[in-house]
Design a protein around this ligand. Sequence first.
Ligand SMILES: O=C(O)CCC(=O)C(=O)O
Ligand SMILES: [Fe+2]
Length: 313
Amino acid sequence: MDCSCMFSSLSSGCWRASLRAPGVRRNRAHQESQKKSLKVAFLVSSAVLVSLLSWSYLVCEDGVTEVLAHYSESLRDRFIEVPCSEDYDSHKRFEGCTPRKCGRGITDTVITREEAERIRRIAERGLSLGGSDGGASILDLYSGALSVGKHFVNLYRYFGNKIQEVFTEEDFQLYRDVRQRIQQTISQAFGISSSSMYLTKPTFFSRINSTEAKTTHDEYWHPHIDKVTYGSFDYTSLLYLSDYTEDFGGGRFVFMDVGANKTVEPRAGRVSFFTSGSENLHRVEKVRWGTRYAITISFTCNPDHGIGDPVLT
Ligand SMILES: O=C(O)CCC(=O)C(=O)O
Ligand SMILES: [Fe+2]
């Protein structure tokens, strides 16, 4: 024991000495804990910022997005006119068919949900015979092209007569019926005669899931112009066979307009149609979960590029 302190505890030196040592320790401890709190606050706010940025990227990947057709609404008819691009000028024109009026339409009243389900079952049956290793498989009903692994096979050649055990005449009758009604809808919306437009190839079922792409054939999400991608298309139509949010997530169709994207949310029985030039640049969002089914049925004004309806051979 320090006697000088015991008796003169109030003497400044000792008093200060006795108080100073624990005080310095407490200050240091206080500074340490302040540093720790600052570190935690910094980490938390960085995490919040990163999540906010990723969220905004996912929600509006490319700026403002407007929903043209919500999955939960049943649309009678929606038509949006857009100015035609000059793409049609560089091709032979077929008056009364080649687009002078351009735009996009969506209807939920031309094909019933039940019909869409029947067509989906045809797609499931056909695609179950093959399937891409990546996330996107197709089955072209006209040519018989079917994704298998990293390639395609010709279903009709591969199965020969046995194909009659997979598809029935009613399946093809349903396709014809649906194709006819869609053709009529398009001709009315664009004010052209139905007999001036012809079914064109490819006409195919698509099945998309979230499996990672293995070849470029699986990369369905790139922005594109159908007239450029498929050549003969003047009018594109898509019939959706499954429901956004119910059967799959992601996978919305996006018209990429300057200033604001416009989305179509797939819904079984929904027909989306549009002129195939660059006035309708579009893409499909990556499917994040589940399986998305659709069928593409498109038309040309050039009779030389026309095809007959697919038949059971
Ligand atoms: O499935 C879709 O929604 C669109 C597919 C598409 O753009 C295409 O096949 O060219
Ligand atoms: Fe397309």
